[in-house]
Design a protein around this ligand. Structure first.
Ligand code: ATP
Ligand code: MG
Length: 215
């Protein structure tokens, strides 16, 4: 289980999260919605261990272990993946090489897996040779984030507006993939403003962030 207990967080000296409590089990979708600037992405970054986010009170537990002080790589290793609202760009890193590396597979088998996943999220094989996130359109970036979520095989997935900027025809496909991940036993935090997602995602718990408080 992923648990957040009485979490208070500051960013640049400003208190952004004011006592957050949540728990997420494998095979569960927790939807978080709420106004711009209310603290949703900050919560995602706090769970992932972003250094810019200062935890002043409370803790984060992963399967009972306190991970509040661990760096992001360690949290990742232990089973948390965050798909960014605005994915950063990396010069000189090819998407294909990156995905192959993270897929944990090698050779032909790995390449086939990566190609299958790209296809599933609606990206052609030409993207294998593009640089990571550089020059990708908004929706293409989101597709690549979803591809990573499929390949990384982490226990807990945080999707921060994975459905924003994605064309309406594809949102339903995205939601199907998210539900498949849930069925496969992933615990998912799904941050969204998208009415279609709120309507179509089934069997979910929905919480609302307002002014750094989660209701
Ligand atoms: N690095 C920073 N410096 C200053 N303020 C910050 C920083 N990061 C976040 N904040 C502030 O913290 C508050 C919460 O931001 P956050 O990104 O968590 O909002 P959000 O709920 O994800 O909003 P949105 O729906 O627009 O994505 C905002 O007022 C934001 O301006
Ligand atoms: Mg946000």
């Amino acid at each position: 289980m992923l648990e957040v207990k009485d979490l208070r967080v500051r960013v640049e000296g400003k208190e952004v999260l004011k006592g957050i409590n949540l728990s997420l089990s494998p095979g569960e979708i927790l939807v978080i919605t709420g106004p711009n600037g209310s603290g949703k992405s900050t919560l995602a970054r706090a769970i992932m261990g972003d250094e810019a986010v200062e935890v002043t009170e409370g803790k984060i537990l992963l399967d009972g272990e306190d991970i509040t002080e661990l760096p992001p790589e360690e949290r990742f290793k232990r089973g948390i993946f965050l798909s960014f609202q605005m994915p950063p760009e990396f010069e000189g890193i090819r998407i294909g090489d990156f995905l192959l590396e993270v897929s944990g597979e090698k050779g032909e088998e790995g390449v086939r897996k990566v190609k299958d996943v790209l296809k599933k999220v609606g990206l052609g094989e030409d993207f294998l040779y593009r640089e990571l996130h550089r020059g990708l359109s908004g929706g293409e970036k989101k597709r690549l984030e979803l591809a990573q979520a499929l390949l990384f095989d982490k226990k807990y997935l945080i999707f921060d507006e994975i459905d924003s900027g994605v064309d309406v025809e594809s949102v339903e496909q995205f939601l199907r993939i998210v539900e498949e991940l849930k069925e496969g036993g992933k615990g998912i935090i799904y941050i969204t403003h998208n009415p279609l997602s709120l309507q179509l995602l089934s069997d979910k718990k929905t919480l609302r962030m307002e002014g750094g408080v989660l209701h």
